[in-house]
Design a protein around this ligand. Structure first.
Ligand SMILES: N[C@@H](CCC(=O)N[C@@H](CS)C(=O)NCC(=O)O)C(=O)O
Length: 294
């Protein structure tokens, strides 16, 4: 996100993670509005910092993004997007005419109804079931550990544990990804029709609908589904997506099109450093004792 040096009443702080789908949406809106601000990274990768008591106190659902503006804490992506347009300057992303506004809300609601985390993790589960299963168990253990030493947060941690258990159950459904792929095809068919003869989804200007759908198409590209519209499969979407990628906000956000194994590996090393140094220590001791025999 663009950092500006001056501190103004419009400055925002975003609790953020580079590859988080919802954080990318908020960053895109901040860049489109050219708002000054800074980001604080909450590692929702192997470090799982979203479960830390300090963060759970800020957002009891233990999720990013969270926006801080003049001591006001705003959680939930959609609420953050509305807050930005209502209380902060920059290009309006919500149309003022009622009919355009309700059309925009319909398009935003369609994207919001799609369970992106189920889809991304469902694909990962198909590719490497064990990683996802271990990740879920690790989440549950970590939440229980935090809950045991932070009784004042027991209610939030219980809800988080229930949410992870539900998520784990959904991911065990072998038809999950196929169903979601069908849903994506239907969504893209509607979008393809809507974009005929239009530069943007709802009006002649860029709106919140374009913010969320740009991030949605980028996520599909990231997980290898760009063929759903490329090479003429859905030409209106193909051209629209090229236009959206050319906007400066796409690079400013930035919207990621590839995952970064280094980011995950770095986070995993930090998260498991105790176990790693123990195994290294034991390995070294074993090696020294073998060498001592000679
Ligand atoms: N309903 C929330 C969902 C936010 C969300 O799913 N955030 C993800 C990252 S994109 C997250 O923090 N995941 C970590 C977790 O749930 O433990 C919103 O609209 O902001």
């Amino acid at each position: 996100m663009a950092m500006k040096k001056e501190t103004t009443a419009d400055e925002v702080v975003l609790y953020d993670y580079p590859f988080s789908y919802n954080c990318q949406i908020v960053r895109l809106a901040l860049c489109e509005k050219d708002l000054p601000g800074k980001t604080i990274r909450i590692d929702i990768g192997p470090m799982m910092e979203q479960f830390k008591p300090s963060f759970m106190r800020l957002n009891p659902s233990g999720q990013v993004p969270v926006l801080l503006h003049q001591n006001k804490v705003v959680t939930q992506t959609l609420e953050i997007l509305h807050y930005l347009d209502q209380y902060l300057p920059g290009t309006q992303l919500i149309p003022s005419a009622t009919d355009n506004r309700s059309a925009m809300e319909k398009w935003v609601a369609m994207e919001r109804a799609f369970p992106e985390a189920d889809f991304t993790y469902g694909l990962l589960e198909q590719g490497s079931g064990k990683i996802v299963a271990r990740d879920m168990e690790h989440r549950k253990r970590l939440i229980e550990k935090h809950m045991a030493v932070n009784p004042d947060l027991a209610d939030c941690y219980k809800l988080k544990l229930e949410a992870v258990t539900d998520w784990q159950m959904r991911l065990r459904d072998p038809d999950l990804v196929d169903r979601l792929v069908d849903q994506i095809y239907k969504m893209l068919d509607e979008l393809e029709q809507q974009l005929a003869g239009r530069d943007f989804i709802v009006t002649e200007n860029y709106t919140l609908a374009d913010v969320v759908w740009t991030a949605f198409l980028a996520r599909l590209e990231m997980v290898g589904f760009k063929r759903m519209w490329s090479f003429g499969a859905r030409p209106n979407i193909e051209e629209y997506y090229i236009r959206m990628k050319q906007r400066s906000s796409f690079a400013c956000a930035p919207i990621h099109l590839k995952s970064s194994p280094w980011l995950v590996i770095g986070s995993a090393i930090k998260a498991f450093r105790l176990q790693l140094s123990l195994s290294l220590g034991i390995g070294l001791l074993a090696l020294l004792s073998v060498l001592a025999l000679f």
